[in-house]
Ligand binder design. Structure first.
Ligand SMILES: Nc1ncnc2c1ncn2[C@@H]1O[C@H](COP(=O)(O)OP(=O)(O)OP(=O)(O)O)[C@@H](O)[C@H]1O
Ligand SMILES: [Mg+2]
Length: 243
């Protein structure tokens, strides 16, 4: 399998706190990998380094064979990495369609005008939000604002999609819908790194997963095997709401 993303000894320190410590892993083209770990274990910080929101303290990130650890977020999104945020970030006064067009404008295939509008509508259809295209984003429900973030990320035509707890906070019914949607994206051949606490979703979506604890990678392998590992189970003890 061809390697798409590779991190090498990646470390992020915030003052005296080491949020991510020496994390190395690879993700191949077309792979969907889960990234798990208790609260504060460094998952979002890892995504922040891959997407350029935070500069790594040390270590390397290679994407499609090129080092990206010193690039800005806009440069990284142009290279083909798109993400959603744990705390949803949409532009509230802009319409749903305009928010989606932003993804196109800053993604790998820069596009404006009517062409961008057509492509954005396609993505809104894909996530089930086409009928709300003209509404200001501020009027959306929580799940719809999550759908919008996903449409915006997909509009960038990413080679790699980073999802940070995209499924969290949904009702059981919405969760099933959300899993179906991510499955359809996966089945279309996308490469995805999924940070998630919902184990049933991880089992359904990710053949492989990586587990972090206190900033370090403690497991990486087939999901069924990893979730039986003693140190993984222990890392999750004390966080029963994530079981
Ligand atoms: N900008 C920052 N400045 C200082 N400390 C930070 C910053 N971002 C994260 N941290 C700290 O780094 C550690 C890892 O945080 P991170 O958000 O990456 O964890 P997480 O695994 O995503 O947790 P959760 O499951 O709760 O989202 C935590 O101790 C957190 O307080
Ligand atoms: Mg997080």
């Amino acid at each position: 399998m061809t390697v798409l993303l590779q991190t090498e000894d990646l470390t992020k320190r915030f003052g005296g706190l080491t949020a991510v410590r020496g994390v190395s892993f690879t993700l191949s083209f077309g792979e969907v990998v889960g990234l798990l770990g208790p609260n504060g274990s460094g998952k979002t910080t890892l995504l922040n380094m891959i997407s350029g929101a935070h500069r790594a303290t040390s270590g390397q990130i290679n994407f499609e064979g090129h080092p990206i650890q010193n690039l800005r977020p806009d440069q990284i999104s142009k290279q083909g990495i798109a993400r959603t945020f744990q705390l949803v970030k949409v532009l509230p006064t802009m319409t749903v369609l305009e928010n989606t067009i932003c993804g196109l404008a800053f993604g790998s295939s820069r596009m404006w005008g009517a062409e961008a509008e057509g492509k954005a509508m396609e993505k809104l259809h894909q996530v089930g939000l086409a009928d709300k295209a003209k509404q200001p984003a501020a009027t959306l429900t929580y799940i719809d604002s999550k759908r919008l973030e996903l449409a915006r990320a997909l509009a960038a035509d990413p080679h790699l999609l980073l999802l940070d707890e995209w499924l969290s906070g949904l009702t059981p019914e919405e969760l099933q819908e959300g899993i179906k949607l991510i499955k359809s994206i996966r089945d279309a051949g996308a490469s995805i790194l999924i940070v998630e606490h919902i184990m049933s979703a991880i089992r359904e979506l990710c053949p492989r997963c990586i587990v972090m604890n206190a900033g370090e990678k403690i497991a990486d392998g087939l999901t069924g095997d990893v979730l039986q590992q003693q140190d993984v189970i222990e890392a999750y003890l004390g966080a029963p709401h994530h079981a």
